[in-house]
Design a protein around this ligand. Structure first.
Ligand SMILES: [Zn+2]
Length: 685
């Protein structure tokens, strides 16, 4: 939460990739026992006292849910988290242990970088001796700001170190010319993440804001900073800033970005020197893609109308918030109390050793990933997954051809896009060079700063350069997958190609409900509400006829309305418009993988039931097993506000309720609280 490497998933660019799941706050328990090898399906985890079509999540996962409460150190707990825990605490940990056992590794080698970073995280003697003193030179520089010009220069310099300001910059493939990278500029700077946290007036949000004010005040005291009333000042300032920002639903539309010359961009904010800010960050460019010009104009005027004393306090706060976890235990614990407990409901902080693992994986994930891939990804898996993807692609091709709502003209374009999809499986072929980063065993704050600066530089040097198609947006050990609309590619890191997602030992029906549905999910992202606006070459080009696009939008709107009616907890409804892309991908993924399973069985004898369940039923048990989870109410609320994915329970029940083969498999008479009548069914793919 507080270490913010500038990676492809940095929130500056709301559209960078469509991942399978939100970044998993990686999991943990204090014991390090390994997990039992996943059986094909966990029958003991079911609750058969519930009727499957009333609540399939409960039916398939009820026993598991009862026996697997969220651990004190987590905000949610499920298949993703458990696999990620095993991956990190057993596999990545053993790599780190091996690296740390090497004596006198050469400076800049993986063993030196990883070993010394980990040591610096564990070096509590040094951390306590330093206290908040590493902040001092930076706080003095912020205190030295006398003009808005000074503010712009320092804000740019701090952005390079991962400290947010009201505008964020990031280089990515140009959505209008996808072979070249361009600078994107968009809104940033809200400590609570999203404008709804400043605007909603229900008791939960009022409580969060009250806690935030106290938290900021306490952090300033612990850091020995003299400001009083900082919390109220920052909440007041950010509330004003939030009013000027787009909502996360508005940010889903890629067509809001406008290409603008750097000179014109600098003119947008006469009160604040954007050119100076960008150059201080290290940006060199003639053009950029701007998310919302009105925001820049209004926010810069807002900044100019704010007393410099408040801006200085705000900058100090963001610096402190960004680097708290690299300082002494008092600051660290208070930062966790707010971000972990207040915001997400997590009761206890992970042990320092586990936090060291997470931080090392977060900032040096690629050197670790190279070793992870060598040790833990069998070469044979790549071929197997490639075959599965081609299998789903072939089914998708047939489905597109048969769509009743799409014209032949648009179908031809859709087929072209489908044929141009590329894939990445397991791990990258090339690796970044971290050897020049200075990492020392007793300097966590400086190490983190150096790595943040390295990541920022690694990103910004791409501006104006051709896109490197070999580059990955996730490390190999990540338990997740993504679709990139500008690359038109699906990416499956080695981390997700394990049970319960992919289990070479398991029966086919379970794998089709798991990894193959995930593959289908990622492929259909190329055709969701965002992806459908990009062509097969990754350019933002409208390849649809108007009437086909209207048909698609109307189907998407039905999905939005359907999910808008889902109550995640009393009074808190899913945001259908925020989650529509993921919901379409879930329904599409299931549709394609189910069809692929059917096709794989053609001409073969009907598979026998296992544990009394037919192959059709097991397919849906596989899907439910992938998404089984428990979540704390605070975390659930945060996800509903922020996450483009529906909560796991709805990825199971709401999606399956729409899907006719589910009804056929479990309750052909059509009797069940989850089920949608045929007249209200949405069939897109
Ligand atoms: Zn997705």
């Amino acid at each position: 939460m507080t270490i913010r490497p500038l990676r492809a998933t940095h929130p500056v660019l709301a559209l960078a990739v469509a991942a399978l799941a939100a970044c998993t706050a990686q999991p943990h328990m204090t014991d390090t026992d390994t997990l039992p090898q996943a059986a094909a399906f966990d029958v003991a985890g079911m609750d058969t006292s519930v009727r499957p079509c009333d609540d399939f999540d409960r039916f398939a996962n009820g026993g598991w849910k009862d026996n697997n409460p969220v651990p004190a150190t987590e905000s949610r707990w499920g298949a993703f988290g458990i696999l990620a825990k095993e991956n990190l605490e057993v596999k990545v940990k053993s790599i780190i242990d091996t690296l740390m056992a090497r004596e006198d590794p050469p400076k800049g080698s993986a063993a030196q970088l990883v070993g010394d970073f980990y040591r610096s995280f564990m070096n509590t003697t040094a951390l306590e001796a330093l206290g908040a003193t590493p902040l001092q030179p930076w706080m003095e520089r912020i205190d030295g700001i006398q003009t808005l010009q000074d503010q712009a220069a320092l804000a740019g310099e701090l952005a390079r170190l991962g400290v947010p300001s009201y505008i964020g910059f990031q280089a990515e493939a140009d959505m209008h010319n996808s072979t070249m990278n361009i600078l994107y500029a968009g809104q940033d700077g809200l400590s609570l993440g999203e404008r709804s946290y400043y605007e909603l007036t229900d008791s939960t949000m009022l409580h969060i804001r009250q806690e935030f004010v106290q938290h900021v005040d306490k952090m300033f005291r612990l850091a020995g900073l003299p400001e009083t009333g900082a919390g109220q000042a920052i909440l007041g300032f950010e509330t004003g800033l939030a009013k000027l920002q787009l909502t996360n639903v508005e940010r889903r539309d890629p067509s809001i970005y406008r290409k603008i010359s750097f000179d014109d961009f600098a003119q947008l904010a006469p009160q604040h020197d954007l050119a100076l800010m960008a150059r201080s960050m290290g940006v060199q460019t003639d053009t950029l893609l701007l998310e919302d010009r009105d925001y820049i104009t209004h926010a810069s005027a807002y900044l100019a109308g704010t007393p410099l004393a408040i801006l200085r306090t705000w900058m100090k706060w963001h610096f402190l918030d960004t680097y708290a976890s690299t300082l002494n235990e008092a600051l660290n614990a208070e930062s966790f109390r707010f971000h972990g407990t207040v915001m997400s409901g997590t009761q206890e902080q992970k042990s320092r050793a586990l936090r060291a693992l997470h931080a090392t994986d977060g900032l040096l994930g690629e050197p670790l990933g190279k070793l992870y891939a060598e040790q833990y990804f069998p070469a044979a898996s790549r071929k197997k997954v490639e075959d599965m993807i081609e299998h789903v692609r072939a089914v998708y091709k047939e489905h597109i051809q048969a769509l009743p709502w799409m014209s032949e003209e648009t179908k031809a374009k859709a087929q072209e896009k489908l044929a141009l999809f590329t894939t990445k499986i397991g791990y990258p072929d090339t690796w970044k060079d971290y050897s020049m980063v200075d990492i020392r065993p007793d300097a966590l704050f400086q190490n983190t700063m150096n790595l943040n600066a390295w990541h920022a530089q690694d990103n910004l040097v791409r501006i104006g350069q051709p896109v490197d198609r070999a580059e990955w947006g996730m490390t190999p050990q990540t338990v997740n997958a993504y679709y990139s609309p500008t690359m038109n590619e699906v990416v499956f890191p080695a981390g997700i190609l394990q049970p319960p997602f992919f289990n070479p030992e398991a029966d086919d029906a379970i794998n089709y409900g798991g990894i193959i549905a995930v593959i289908g999910h990622e492929l259909t992202h190329g055709f969701d509400d965002q992806g459908a606006k990009f062509d097969g070459h990754g350019n933002l080009v409208n390849w649809w006829t108007d009437s086909d696009r209207a048909n698609f939008d109307s189907l998407a709107q039905q999905m939005i309305s359907y999910f808008d009616a889902m109550e995640a907890m009393p009074g808190l409804y899913i945001k259908g418009a925020l989650t529509v892309g993921e919901n379409i991908a879930d329904l599409g993924g299931l549709t394609l993988s189910y069809a692929a399973l059917q096709r794989s069985l053609e001409g073969k004898p009907e598979p026998a039931p296992i544990d009394g369940y037919t192959w059709q039923q097991r397919f849906f048990l596989g899907w439910a097993q992938v998404w089984r989870s428990n979540i704390r109410p605070e975390a659930l609320r945060r996800r509903v506000e922020m996450d483009p994915h529906s909560p796991a329970r709805f990825r199971i029940n709401a999606t399956l309720g729409q899907f006719k083969p589910f009804q056929d498999a479990w309750c052909p008479e059509g009797d069940g609280a989850m089920l949608v009548p045929d007249s209200a069914r949405v069939v897109i793919w």
